[in-house]
Design a protein around this ligand. Sequence first.
Ligand code: NI
Length: 256
Amino acid sequence: MIFDTHAHYDDEAFDDDREQLLERMRNRGVEYIVNVGSSMASCKSTIGLIRRFPYVYGALGVHPDEISELTEEDYKWLGKNIYKPKIVAVGEIGLDYHWDVQPHEVQKYWFVKQMELAKELDLPIAVHSRDAAKDTLDLVKDCMKGGMYGGIIHCFSYGKEMAREYLDMGLYLGIGGVVTFKNAKKLKEVVAYAPLEQLVLETDSPYLSPEPNRGKRNSSLNLPYVAEAIAQIKGCSEEEVIAVTEENAKKLLLRK
Ligand code: NI
């Protein structure tokens, strides 16, 4: 069964049919979904979703583009709510030097603080990193040395050398719709290189729909296309990709 490790069903793109769509998941082979917070508002919506749907789990954290609104008060709220049952990760957190909405020092400050929360609670992290390869690696490495449990590099966008660094530390790479794109040469190389035992499936719904639905609203129902693309690269069956990535995600996220 499919495990979607990263989706945003709180997004307004799902306002018209969220309930119906999520209710259909189980009949269509999707067994688990992690709804990932990115702003304080979406963290609060995530808590609502995990209460309503037994197979939806949550990650709480604030995305680097959204940290301008973050206060020490919010940080305390996160610390308190991350203890809730079914909160399985801290995320999405990280660095984004592509959109560069906040100064790098501010991004780093909140990234490290949220990783400290993960460490304290022994939870994995869900990392967003765009055009910030070196700083992300340095900070994650430091926290791993400090005893952080591990996590997922979501929507992995760097090359093989960077992949090796994370794989060596025992982290997982989140693979989504991009792997089906014709021009995704670098990501296909990474998927060929990384062991299947360290890959997890993700959608980033409503974004990044795989081919043949590229450009449309994404949902976990599209993950078979991603599994198929990985299977082609790995020379194995789609069923094997789905089964192994489900095991990986369960081991990392549902171990409590
Ligand atoms: Ni995301």
